[in-house]
Write a protein of this length. Structure first.
Length: 171
């Protein structure tokens, strides 16, 4: 079984995927890290040197390859992965998809502390961050909502979230 975690940046995909993979003794693959490793460039470098369209093609190829070849894996996806091509259909067809849902307030609080690590929001002022997140989330929620399972993460411990995921997947 492959369990794919989807959600907006700051929703906890990386953190939850680590705990979930430890609990289930599943392999952990972070899609962005895998793309970086294969291309020997960071994601921002790929965007800068090759452009977003090139990155989205790499992302799609890597996603398809992982979904076709891996077993007993937790796959942590980039926030934009479900939005491009028909990625969400492929994710749902080849894995159990889990949407980590966080409110705009929660995301703003988390992301305001990580702006320098997040190229998409690095140049957005703190005053405008909540509005940016709300608008972006509105555009992406249709894709995230196609996930087979949705977990609300606001004001919850990572362990509580992981327990709900395993309960809903009957693991």
């Amino acid at each position: 079984m492959i369990i794919s975690l989807v959600g907006y940046m700051g929703s906890g995909k990386s953190h939850i995927s680590k705990i979930l993979s430890d609990k289930l003794n599943f392999k952990l693959i972070d899609l962005d890290k895998e793309i970086s490793k294969r291309n020997k460039m960071t994601i921002p470098e790929i965007f800068d040197k090759k452009g977003e369209i090139y990155f989205r093609k790499l992302e799609r190829e890597t996603l398809e390859e992982i979904l076709a070849s891996e077993k007993n894996t937790i796959l942590s996806l980039g926030g934009g992965t479900p939005v491009y091509y028909n990625n969400m259909e492929i994710i749902n067809h080849n894995s159990k998809s889990v949407f980590l849902r966080a409110s705009v307030a929660t995301l703003t609080e988390r992301l305001s502390k990580q702006k320098e690590k997040r190229p998409l929001i690095a140049n957005i002022t703190d005053e405008n961050l909540a509005e940016f997140i709300a608008k972006h989330l509105f555009e992406r929620n249709d894709f995230y909502n196609k996930a087979q399972i949705s977990i609300i993460t606001d004001n919850r411990t990572p362990e509580d979230i992981v327990n709900e995921i395993t309960e809903k997947l009957y693991l």
